[in-house]
Design a protein. Structure first.
Lengths: 377, 184
């Protein structure tokens, strides 16, 4: 059975003009929903996933048989309570869990796209997901929420569709991808492209897979999702199932073994070309530049109530970058709240069991939901 | 609720746009939100208090009033409230200037160092005064720049700051707290 038999997909009939100049049409978007849309259709929340996420935010992912990537936050009685809200999550354009991506067939030559797939952007991703809302017959969302690249999509979504959501929660993200983050993404891409099995992106038709390259890319990226303190506390210099150093290049240290494991399991669930395309989309993200250097203008037409969250130990998308979004909104007098959560878990904090974070999201959503009929939001 | 919260809330016009600087756990904001205006938000430096404000469903920005007021444009609020924290800032003069830039009006409260109990404490005991509004010892007080109601009035006169409604019946000698509405 094809893994994609287990995913819900719709085919977007419209033609979508991409930022790169090309157009796509009749393309699939894979999605999952949790909870129920109520009669008023006012309880829908669109969750945007991060680089290596997918539409399976909660429950068991039927393809990987692992817990959904945001199981701490999304579910019955959780911060994003599926008893109360109708949660929608779609696989991004360029992804590898059923949405249109580099593993799909190129209609022009009937071969797998590989690197012939058009380069996509965060803007393209949210425009594609907007079409999904029409399919689900949702006029106005209660909230859009996402961390990391998911947060970037939140910002772009509100900028593109200023009246489409009552509230917005960008988490641990930025309005403009930094040089450091572009550098780290480039490291991952080069690692994939240095694998001879990558075959210039046409590995699938040759029945090859750049697993080593993708695995190293994941290992490097994984370090950036943690904090120095978190790593030190979890691993320190602990040795891996041995009493002493082996004077070899085997994984002596637990941290080495851990990273190797993270790399090896990643390649089973993720496509190397998708990794290239999605990291590129992140690098190209510069909402400030889209508005000629004035980020405020991105939000000028919106009355969405914002709640921005960062983490103390996140050095990948540090508080200062999240604050820039707060400042841009404040300069327009928009309704924006901001909190920096204390956590040693680095950028990954938003995916983990961080009670202060989960409580803040829960309280913001629940109190805001009670107010959506007031005129303010 | 603290008695001055009621006085402050009554100074604010219905449905006006308000910023509470150093909003604490949001008690005052909550009262104003439910009774005076929905268009209110706060700035608060303590993470714990920020969480409490979020629990109450209030809009709050975690931040430092000494640095983070500059992100608000001129006259972006009808009222900016600074309740009893002026004396704790490193640079209160800068904060006052920022309050008056960001708000059309600023409501400032100060613990009055000219209060008779404070005067008597220093006169007879010869030690730094401890009262309800000044509960700390000299070595652990967050208050860096204590002043009296008279000091504050003198300051405003010197800087051509208009005291719109001063003190509301309180006097330098008889009140432990000064409440002012000031504007440029």
């Amino acid at each position: 059975m094809n893994k994609l038999d287990k995913v819900k997909r719709i085919v977007i009939q419209k033609t979508l003009k991409l930022d790169c100049g090309k157009s796509i049409s009749n393309f699939p978007i894979a999605y999952e929903t949790y909870g129920r849309l109520n009669e008023n259709k006012d309880n829908a929340i669109l969750v945007f996933h991060a680089l290596t996420g997918d539409q399976f935010a909660s429950g068991v992912n039927p393809v990987t048989n692992k817990e959904g990537w945001w199981s701490y936050a999304v579910g019955s009685g959780k911060a994003i309570d599926t008893n109360k809200y109708f949660v929608i999550c779609a696989n991004v354009l360029g992804g590898c869990m059923g949405s249109y991506g580099p593993s799909d067939i190129n209609p022009e030559n009937k071969k797998i796209f590989g690197t012939d797939f058009p380069v996509i952007t965060i803007n393209d991703m949210v425009n594609a997901q907007y079409e999904l809302l029409a399919h689900l017959k949702i006029e106005k969302l209660f909230s859009v929420i996402g961390g990391s690249m998911g947060g970037m999509q939140v910002l772009q979504f509100i900028s593109n569709f200023p009246d489409k959501s009552h509230t917005a929660i960008p988490i641990a993200c930025t309005a403009s991808h930094s040089a450091q983050n572009i550098a780290l993404n480039e490291l991952g891409r080069q690692s994939i492209m240095a694998d001879s099995d990558w075959q210039n992106g046409f590995y699938e038709e040759k029945n090859k897979s750049p697993a080593k390259g993708l695995s190293v890319a994941r290992m490097a990226a994984h370090i950036t999702y943690l904090s120095k303190k978190g790593l030190q506390e979890k691993f320190g210099r602990k040795l891996q199932e041995r009493d002493d150093l082996k004077f070899s290049f085997d994984a002596d240290f637990q941290i080495e073994s851990y990273l190797r494991y993270q790399g090896s399991v990643f390649v089973d669930r993720f496509d190397a070309n998708s990794y290239l395309y999605i990291t590129r989309a992140m690098d190209y993200f510069d909402l400030t530049k889209q508005f000629n250097g004035n980020l405020s203008k991105a939000f000028q037409k919106s009355n969405t109530k914002f709640f921005i969250i960062s983490f103390t130990s996140d050095w990948l998308y540090p508080t200062a970058e999240n604050r820039e979004i707060v400042i841009a909104l404040n300069s327009l007098g928009k309704d924006v709240g901001f909190v920096e959560i204390k956590s040693d878990k680095g950028h990954d904090s938003f995916l983990l069991d961080v009670p202060d974070f989960l409580n803040a999201v829960k309280n913001f959503l629940n109190t805001s939901y009670g107010k959506i009929n007031e005129k303010r939001i | 609720m603290k008695k001055e919260f009621n006085i402050i809330a009554n100074l604010i016009e219905t449905n006006s746009k308000v910023l509470d600087v150093g909003c604490g756990d949001g008690e005052l904001m909550d009262y104003i939100y439910n009774n005076i205006t929905k268009d209110i938000r706060g700035i608060e430096i303590s993470k714990k208090n920020v969480q409490k404000c979020i629990e109450r469903g209030l809009t709050v920005i975690e931040g430092d009033a000494e640095k983070d007021l500059k992100q608000f444009p001129d006259s972006s609020f009808e009222y900016v409230i600074l309740s009893q924290t002026l004396q704790a800032f490193l640079d209160p003069e800068n904060v006052i200037n920022e309050l008056l830039r960001v708000g059309k009006k600023a409501i400032v409260t100060i613990p009055n160092f000219g209060f008779w109990k404070v005067r008597l404490h220093l006169l007879f005991k010869g030690t730094m005064p401890i009262t309800k509004n000044l509960p700390n010892e000299w070595y652990n007080t967050p208050n860096l720049h204590m002043c009296s109601i008279k000091d504050f009035e003198n300051y405003c006169n010197k800087r051509n700051i208009k005291i719109n409604s001063s003190n509301l019946g309180y006097k330098n000698l008889f009140s432990d707290l000064g409440i002012f509405i000031i504007e440029k």
